[in-house]
Design a binder for this molecule. Structure first.
Ligand SMILES: [Zn+2]
Ligand SMILES: [Zn+2]
Length: 364
């Protein structure tokens, strides 16, 4: 079977033949049907997140269960699934209180199986799997608890995006910030995640959805996804324009869908006193941002982070699928380009130049 392996940061992925061992107890093998190309993969490729290599990248995907190991009861061969890139032990504090994204029930490194071993090998060398899944591969063996079964009429590229950018963006609005109908919000960054923050705002009935980006083509996408106002941050001062659009006060909620020093400070400046700024995008590990504690206290501002949109995959993935099938979530429009696995490096070129909402690798 073929997989796209990162051997060294700042080098292209190598699409190569690898050996795969079948699922052991508690594991399943999935035939991957589609896998989205996300900035988090890029963070590993460019060295922003220095992780041990070689590693099969990819974490936003959907496929068909092929085989299950002993004791697996949540999925069976033939099930259509979306991969969750976070485990769900079901027993830890976080799983017990419904905050499953924060599950800390497993202590093994996050790029192998739960017992710390590996299922993929090439030339005698173990290959790690990003987020324990590594979905830029024709087939994935992973913990069965990371698979969420969905209805079978959901199309594959759209299902793949339910594994990262859709729940991250929509969940940031619905599950993390809990934006109420009639509220105003700012979204900084209109890539795969930011567009889903925008449509999350539309879904909950936000009154003003202001989208900011450096590229006009991204702002055109944002309009399609429900933005009521757009700002080109290369020409306009986002914070000043947001104030003008909100009677001088600032927005109720602001979301940073990029992740960086400048954008973190921008969302804090753009929210009104008592408002909430949410960090959604994943920054490089070394980024720091100087906030002003005096202003935080004086204006009772709140800043919080959200991982994976703070969703509960087992509950929220099937719900989001239903919303898409009912025509209430736009996902077709997100899938701007598809590629065979062999052309995955081209997919990353399109991602980094901002030419696509989302590129998706499709498998036969
Ligand atoms: Zn992602
Ligand atoms: Zn847990």
């Amino acid at each position: 079977m073929k997989a796209a392996v990162l051997y060294k940061a700042n080098e292209p992925l190598q699409v190569v033949d690898v050996q795969q061992e079948g699922p052991r107890a508690g594991e399943a093998r999935v035939k991957v049907k589609a896998a989205g190309i996300c900035h988090s993969d890029w963070h590993i490729m460019n060295g922003d997140w220095p992780l041990p290599l070689p590693m099969v990248l990819g974490h936003e995907a959907a496929g068909i269960v092929d085989e299950v190991g002993a004791g697996v009861t949540n999925v069976k061969p033939g099930d259509h699934i979306i991969f969750s890139f976070r485990p769900h032990c079901g027993r830890c504090l976080y799983c017990s209180i419904g905050r499953t994204i924060l599950c800390d029930g497993h202590s093994s490194p996050r790029w192998g199986l739960l017992d710390g071993s590996f299922r993929m090998r090439r030339n005698g060398e173990d290959l790690r799997q990003m987020a324990r899944i590594g979905t830029f591969a024709e087939s994935v063996v992973c913990p069965a608890e990371m698979l969420v079964p969905i209805r079978k009429d959901m199309p594959w590229p759209q299902a793949a995006l339910m594994g990262c950018c859709v729940p991250t963006g929509v969940g940031a609005v619905m599950s993390c910030a809990k934006v109420e109908a009639g509220a105003s919000m700012l979204v900084v960054g209109c890539g795969g995640v930011g567009l889903n923050v925008v449509q999350g705002g539309r879904l909950v009935g936000a009154e003003k959805i202001i989208a900011a980006d450096l590229l006009d083509n991204k702002l055109a996408y944002a309009k399609e996804f429900g933005a009521t106002h757009t700002l080109n941050a290369s020409r306009e001062n986002v914070v000043e324009e947001v104030r003008k659009l909100t009677g001088g006060r600032g927005v109720d909620y602001a979301f940073d869908a990029i992740g960086g020093e400048a954008t973190t400070l921008q969302i804090l400046d753009a929210v009104r006193p008592g408002g909430t700024a949410v960090i959604v995008g994943m920054a490089a590990m070394s980024v720091r941002a100087p906030i002003t504690p005096y202003m935080m206290a004086l204006q009772e501002k709140c800043i919080k982070g959200t991982m994976y949109g703070s969703v509960r995959p087992n509950i929220d993935f099937p719900r989001l699928v239903n919303l898409y099938m009912d025509g209430r979530l736009k996902i077709d429009e997100l899938v701007s380009r598809t590629y065979p696995l062999d052309e995955i490096n081209e997919g990353f070129e399109y991602l980094t130049s901002g030419q696509v909402a989302r590129g998706v690798v499709v498998f036969n």
